[in-house]
Design a binder for this molecule. Structure first.
Ligand code: DP6
Length: 329
């Protein structure tokens, strides 16, 4: 294998405080900070090989050659790595995910975190975690959060240099579980990148953004103190706020299906009855149900029994992006 090749692995993450809207679309500078947990056991694994004489960058995803928008997005990202390294060769990128597409687990976060690490290592660049998070952000905002370990905060920052994610607690800090409750695998009609562009058209966005620092502080404290009740309150409020903005954008975005509401309602009821569970929903109909380990069996059983639930995938807190040394030897 040439020295201009490296492989890396990175997890998806679930945001407890959401990123929705950019103040700079090209640099992917967000309008508010966000906070997330990496998902263990789920990953994107990516090998990047810069090849002398290769005419143009190529991309395979789960062994399928990619063209069009997904290839262009990867090319634009590799251009950044070429600018930073002075390397001019095109690259062959091979990527695999071990989690199902359309399950409501953001694949772009894992994909661009793994790509950022593999591509910079392949190009011989030495990057610290902050620099790597900053670079991953340029590929997909939420990818900035898949670089550091465990529970992660993405600082809103003022500019490219100051907007990056860092770990606030390692994965072992708190055994929170994410029961990803799959309701539909259909391709979402409006993806996150287009959604971010619509956020400012909602009159509710300004209020959501103004209040974000306060929610981040509450969420950070709940995580550091392992306070599930406080976490549940702020996580559900933040998810509801983002969806209120989505529903009041022009044009409006409705991601929920009837079964989404059924899960939300059940989760709130179960919590009132004493089960430590809460929900958060990204740009799709599937529901991430967070719970404590003692509630996992019960939560999983009850969720699977709800009408319209297709599958429940459980993930614990995980590490961030890392190089696959054995494959790079
Ligand atoms: C609803 O990071 O997927 O999942 O930067 O355009 O790739 P791009 O957007 P992306 O947006 C994530 C939106 C979200 C909330 C979150 O993860 O914070």
């Amino acid at each position: 294998m040439s020295t201009y090749s490296a492989a890396a692995i990175a997890p998806p993450n679930i945001a407890f405080i959401k990123y929705w809207g950019n103040r700079d679309e090209v640099l992917r500078l967000p309008v508010n900070g966000s906070l997330s947990m990496n998902l263990d056991g789920l990953w994107a694994r990516t090998r990047v090989t810069f090849v002398p004489g290769l005419a143009a960058d190529t991309l395979t995803l789960n062994a399928q050659p990619q063209r069009g928008a997904s290839l262009e997005r990867v090319r634009a990202f590799l251009d950044l790595v070429r600018q930073m390294s002075g390397l001019r060769w095109a690259a062959a990128v091979q990527s695999e995910n071990n989690f199902p597409a359309g399950a409501g687990i953001a694949s772009s976060a894992a994909a661009f975190a793994a790509l950022a690490l593999a591509a910079t290592a392949a190009a011989g660049l030495e990057m610290d975690r902050a620099a790597l998070s900053r670079l991953a952000r340029r590929g997909s905002g939420s990818a900035a959060r898949s670089v550091p370990d465990g529970f992660v905060e993405w600082e809103v920052g003022q500019d490219d240099r100051t907007s990056y994610a860092f770990s606030i607690a390692p994965p072992e800090h708190w055994e929170l579980l994410d029961c990803v409750t799959v309701i539909s695998r259909a391709h979402k009609p409006v993806g996150s990148s287009a959604g971010h562009r619509l956020a400012a058209s909602s009159p509710l966005q300004a209020a959501r953004v103004d209040d974000a620092p306060q929610r981040i502080a509450r969420c950070r404290q709940a995580i550091l103190e392992r306070d599930f009740a406080a976490l549940a309150e702020v996580v559900e409020q933040d998810s509801n706020l983002m969806h209120a903005v989505m529903m009041t954008s022009s044009p409006p975005l409705f991601y929920w299906l009837p079964a989404t509401l059924r899960v939300m309602e059940a989760v709130r009821r179960w919590r009132r009855e004493g089960l430590p569970v809460c929900y958060t929903i990204d740009a799709g109909p599937n529901v991430h149900v967070l719970c404590l380990p003692e509630a996992q069996e019960e939560a999983q059983r009850r969720l699977a029994a709800l009408e319209g639930v297709q599958q429940v995938i459980v993930a614990r807190p995980g590490h961030g992006a890392r190089l696959l040394e054995e494959e790079n030897a």
